[in-house]
Ligand binder design. Structure first.
Ligand SMILES: *Cc1c(COP(=O)(O)O)cnc(C)c1O
Length: 422
């Protein structure tokens, strides 16, 4: 479900025609819909108990305007660095709705988070427990901690985003969970408050979640019997979204909510969820212009002005993104198979292979759909290409919420050492 639809022959974001934004902002650009962000947040919240904390995963989309939109709805934030923490705070998300995940928190980051007074640390290993205790004790504080356990469940998703099997770097191995809790309980700067799990991303079946949550529920009962006070269960993020409109959709948030409810109903814990993709993916698109329609030996290439530096998901995760022309094609328009590529000097700079599309011409505008999560946040300036700017639409209003970087700004931080100057 999203708010990008054809109206009067032109793809709109809510009530704004995308060709109008393209004329004013230039291409490529990301465009986000407030209505879609809001709807996804509300549908997800409705599937959960009222006391649940929905901590939006900032790594999926860290634009301040997006964070503020969600924060105003009541969302918290799941952050994985001091930078994301500062962004969430800058967007007005209260520290008491912020949880800090990640496998490599530094002591400096811990200090910043303790000073801010965040809600909890999701700790991923014993050495991190020791470091956090040391930092907290030096501040005369106790850090509220859940331990991220690795339930050894295969989330059946792409290998690069599968995090819940035994041999990933994430979480505490299941066999060490009890020892880690016993260790944490003895540390002066640690207050154990719960259990945390996150098994991966773009998960399109409920069975792996069910298996993981049931294991967590069992662990909570065991930990309590050993005297640990467990008042929170952080169940991570990871529910998949439909990237292809022609495929069976992944389970909806309500079905996911009932799996959560069934696994946790007797536990008397506050639930914390960390959705990213689910909220933001279909709330954003990347709009790009065709530079050339280039005939090859046996293929035709659509060369876009957006590249893998703007959206790396196809190159990195073999991800599929639907591609729609901004100008609505006639139903009987001639069609053509294209390799849709970017201008970056890498063969991997390819958005779609052998994609059947309405025949395109140079300077046509195209929308790469479902680009609101893990899109702009992963952008780089490779090939000295300033990453695409970001636009947020709200009804008839729209605003550039991150402008295009100038070429001068792109290398303004480079420094030439003295020995090269004369
Ligand atoms: C990436 C991540 C999330 C968000 O995952 P989505 O698939 O975008 O919902 C949540 N929690 C942790 C710890 C993560 O690393």
């Amino acid at each position: 479900m999203n708010h990008f639809e054809y109206r009067g022959g032109v793809l709109h974001a809510e009530e704004v025609p995308l060709d109008k934004i393209a004329d004013e902002v230039g291409t490529p650009f990301y465009c986000y819909s407030t209505a879609t962000l809001t709807r996804h947040y509300r549908v997800f919240a409705a599937a959960l108990p009222k006391t649940a904390l929905i901590a939006f995963s900032v790594k999926a989309n860290g634009n301040l305007a997006v964070l503020k939109t969600l924060g105003n709805l009541g969302a918290g934030a799941d952050v994985v660095s001091a930078g994301e923490l500062k962004k969430a705070l800058a967007a007005g998300i209260p520290a008491q709705r912020i949880v800090f995940s990640g496998v490599g928190k530094t002591k400096e980051e811990m200090r910043i988070a303790l000073d801010a007074g965040i809600y909890q640390f999701n700790v991923e290993g014993e050495p991190e427990l020791d470091a956090l205790s040391e930092v907290a004790a030096s501040l005369n504080a106790k850090a509220p901690v859940t331990l991220r356990v690795n339930p050894d469940v295969d989330a059946k998703t792409h290998a690069k985003i599968n995090t819940g099997t035994a041999e990933t770097k994430f979480g505490i191995p299941w066999s060490r969970a009890h020892a880690a809790y016993a260790h944490g309980a003895k540390l002066p700067g640690i207050e154990i408050v719960g259990v945390d799990v996150h098994i991966g991303s773009q998960i399109t079946e409920l069975a792996p979640f069910k298996a993981a949550f049931e294991r967590v529920a069992g662990l909570i009962a065991e930990l309590r019997s050993k005297g640990h006070r467990i008042s929170r269960a952080d169940l991570g993020g990871g529910l998949g979204v439909p990237y292809r409109l022609d495929n069976a959709p992944p389970p909806d948030p309500a079905a996911y909510g009932s799996v959560i409810a069934a696994a946790t109903k007797h536990l008397d814990v506050q639930l914390i969820l960390e959705p990213g993709r689910l909220i933001a993916a279909n709330a954003g698109i990347l709009v790009s212009r065709v530079i050339y329609v280039k005939p090859g030996e046996s293929k035709v290439f659509l060369v876009l002005d957006a590249g893998m530096n703007d959206l790396i998901r196809p190159a990195m995760y073999d991800a599929h993104h639907d591609i729609l022309p901004i100008r609505e094609p006639q139903p009987n328009a001639p069609r053509q198979r294209y390799d849709v590529v970017g201008p970056v000097c890498e063969t991997a700079d390819l958005f779609a292979r052998d994609r059947d599309l309405p025949e395109a011409r140079g300077s046509d505008l195209m929308a790469i759909m479902t680009a609101g999560a893990y899109g702009s946040v992963m952008a780089s300036a490779y090939n000295a290409r300033p990453p695409a700017p970001e636009v947020l639409v709200h009804g008839q209003q729209w605003c550039v919420v991150r402008p295009r970087m100038t070429l001068e700004a792109l290398f303004a931080l480079d420094r030439v050492p003295g020995w090269l100057e004369h």
